[in-house]
Design a protein around this ligand. Sequence first.
Ligand code: ASP
Length: 348
Amino acid sequence: MSDRRRFMKLSVLGSAAFLAGKHVMASPQQEHKPVSVKGHPIVISTWDFGKAANEAAWEVLGKGGRALDAVERGVKVPEADPTNQSVGLGGRPDRDGFVTLDACIMDENYKCGAVAFLEHIVHPISVARLVMEKTPHVMLVGEGALQFALANGFKKENLLTEKSKAEWKEWLKESKYKPEANIENKHHQNVQGSKPGDAKNHDTIGMVALDTNGDMSGACTTSGMAYKIRGRVGDSPIIGAGLYVDNEVGAATSTGVGEEVIRIVGSHLVVELMRQGYKPEEACKKAVERIISRNPENAKIVQVGFLALSKNGTYGAYALQKGFSYAVKNGNESKIIDAPYFYDNEAK
Ligand code: ASP
């Protein structure tokens, strides 16, 4: 709905209420309640590596399975991939050389679970799901999260690969913590000095899905910013920041410098904007603009990308910087799309 039409509709509602002698505000929810599309499942996820994750999610969604099972299955693919240096096994360590993982999951009933600063477990997303399903809590962190995982049969493993270890040792020589705008280079071969498959020093898989039944769920998992201060937690395990699912309206997830996303509670903001009638891409763009307005200097040099799916199956994304891509899979196709963006730092 255009701004003008939205304004007209609100004005009409307002006058009717006034004439009836009661002045009531029209709530955005009354204004916009998307109808769900049953029977047309779809899954979307961040970055080029989302494509393989979507294929795994489709093994569930394509058979009419639940979105929650699909997103868990999907994000386990990059979690288990030792060559993916920003999620799960093989993730880049913190500045002291420890791989620490953050993840969260949310279902169609507003249930959610999260783990943060978790070490030694290849699939933090499954621990997050257990927190959601087996405890009265939403989030477990650090030692407690590890203890909970081990008590529930997860195996303790070394997540630091030789490659990530060697890169960390190299980084130690200068020990400069400087987040760079991440670009998924496999899809952007024109990035100078990059090798296919390289990402910069951070990335996340955020995935949201709509199932045959018309229900939505999401999952988000990462090893966070490379060489972060020990104990640092980003947006990815924070419900509302890295992920939010509202089964009435839609779902959103984020990637990029988590501090910027937390400050505006990004994914929740995107979903609320969709509730007000913004389309997924417009809602993501508004959230990016909010980051710029809150922290204009930093916004020029860091990357943040939002990705959103509405209850009626439409999707979109928007990023601070050029270079954010996302993957889409439905009954007809599986593809990677370059997200629109605000700044083109590659052009400089
Ligand atoms: N959002 C993640 C974090 O801040 C990193 C990323 O997605 O690039 O930990």
